[in-house]
Design a protein around this ligand. Sequence first.
Ligand SMILES: *Cc1c(COP(=O)(O)O)cnc(C)c1O
Length: 365
Amino acid sequence: MKVPVAKPALIGNEKQYVMECLETEWISSNGKYIAKFEEAFSQYIGVKHALTCSNGTVALHLPLLAMGIGPGDEVIVPTLTYIATANAVKYVGADAVFVDCEQDTWNICVKDVEAKITPKTKAIIVVHLYGHPVVMDPIMALAKKHNIYVIEDCAESLGATYSGLQTGSVGHVGTFSFFGNKTITTGEGGMVTTNDDGLAARMRLLKGQGMDPNRRYWHTVVGYNYRMTNIQAAIGLAQLENVEWHLTQRRRIAEKYSQEIEKRKLPVTIQKTSDNTTHSYWMFTVLLDKQDEKYRDLIISKMAELGVETRPIFYPMHLMPPHFVSKTFKNAEEIAAAGINLPTFSQLSDDQLDYVISTLEKVLN
Ligand SMILES: *Cc1c(COP(=O)(O)O)cnc(C)c1O
């Protein structure tokens, strides 16, 4: 049996909507699916504005630009995240100030955030890691006290909730990715959400080459071409129509993995879920009982030999050449050295799931 770690499920109106783009020749970044996808997405998240863009990385760049963050400013970022979160801060010339994560939830540590706030801090980017929502109230309270922005990187958390609210509706801005392995996909694509009219207008201006919305070919700022195409939006709309199904499948998978891990007494730990949150299980992840990268890589390669693709948890940002800082972030380093993502995708069958668990059990013995 072969089991990939991720795989898109194009089981709804994707083909029909894409064919309509082709037949009507609306294949570029104008066309009805852009507005439809944005409208449906803003309703789903529960925000005033949703703006399509090219990917989840530029979705992070846009709010930083719109907030006027630049050289000399600091942005707080968890060190345990995907590289895009930290890179976006560098794009605007600001300094990424890393913070550690909590040992049990693997999400950003509020105490460490508080300790790292300085007069130069302009924003905090929280990451709902692997689909598990950050407890937002303490973060929002700190942000309010120090008058700084909060960006939620929701690339992995579409459909997850905090306090009954969708991730991406609590901070000043939420950002999403629709890469092929994400909860819903457009191939490549992204979305920015906000309730702030001013930020929304600014981001719309920036993603469309800085062109004045009331005067064609008059460009008021140096903008970017960060647009999504109508074809991508067509796929996105069809995917979003089935978002609840995607989430139900992921939760079924996570529940089964958790049950089997307990039943078989496998020597691994799983991410602790915070109160008042629902996890969207982008990637079901386990920590091996040894914090040893070599051992982790050995387990990954043994699983691969038996046909099961897994991935290591992200390397912490502060250890990588473009973002290196010679400081220790104990929790993030320990989690990163021990963690692997197990196959998690909507169409993972019960047979495949059993096979993944049996294979894990076998290689751990
Ligand atoms: C996937 C991801 C992104 C970037 O998304 P792309 O669409 O690949 O550019 C950003 N942040 C996190 C946490 C991600 O997992």
